[in-house]
Design a protein around this ligand. Structure first.
Ligand SMILES: Nc1ncnc2c1ncn2[C@@H]1O[C@H](COP(=O)(O)OP(=O)(O)O)[C@@H](O)[C@H]1O
Ligand SMILES: [Mg+2]
Length: 176
């Protein structure tokens, strides 16, 4: 397309081709994003914490929300095993998707803490909040809960209408 653009004499045609190049560029970006969504290679290369930080940075750029990543070095030294890392990554992806779709938030924070050998991972937003179902039936929330349980963990949603939402995953005994 770049070659063709150089051959075209008429500015109007060049402009058309510029539009086509832009669309092709966007499509390539989308494919790349879908691929990393399907198989987050960044997990294998950098580990969960760097992958989450990158996910949050990318989310901030796409959504325009102000995002904070807060994981102490002591947590960042922990590797959790491939299955657990993928599950936590997927949970955070779904939480961020929900925030952009439903929350009308301005700020998003991802926090990790250890309490003894337990690991806590929280994502909070300052949006409209929700009435958290005691037992979720919608697929997003259900999927997150099932992923957490498959790791032997728990997922809780703390939310008050009008006062934001926190999704917390607790993995007991995850820290070696
Ligand atoms: N961060 C959030 N802020 C406000 N509402 C939320 C948030 N996350 C989820 N919800 C509410 O919970 C519902 C269920 O979420 P989910 O199971 O992921 O389904 P979906 O995203 O497909 O609607 C959403 O439709 C929305 O009403
Ligand atoms: Mg959802």
């Amino acid at each position: 397309m770049n070659w063709l653009r150089r051959q075209l004499p008429a500015p109007a045609l060049q402009t058309k081709l510029d539009d086509m190049l832009a669309i092709a560029g966007q499509a390539m970006g989308a494919v790349r994003r879908i691929l990393t969504d399907l198989r987050p290679g960044v997990l294998d290369h950098l580990g969960l914490w760097a992958a989450l930080e990158a996910l949050l940075t990318e989310f901030q750029q796409r959504s325009g929300l102000s995002c904070h990543y807060d994981c102490p070095a002591q947590v960042e030294q922990c590797r959790l095993g491939r299955e657990a890392e993928i599950a936590l990554y997927r949970i955070v992806q779904e939480v961020l998707t929900n925030i952009s779709r439903h929350a009308q938030a301005r700020d998003v924070s991802l926090r990790a803490r250890t309490i003894g050998r337990d690991l806590l991972l929280e994502v909070s937003d300052d949006g409209r909040g929700m009435i958290a179902p005691s037992q979720p039936t919608s697929f997003g929330l259900l999927g997150m809960q099932e992923r957490a349980r498959a790791l032997g963990g728990e997922l809780e949603i703390d939310s008050t209408q009008g006062a934001g939402t926190t999704v917390r995953v607790t993995l007991r005994g995850a820290i070696a």
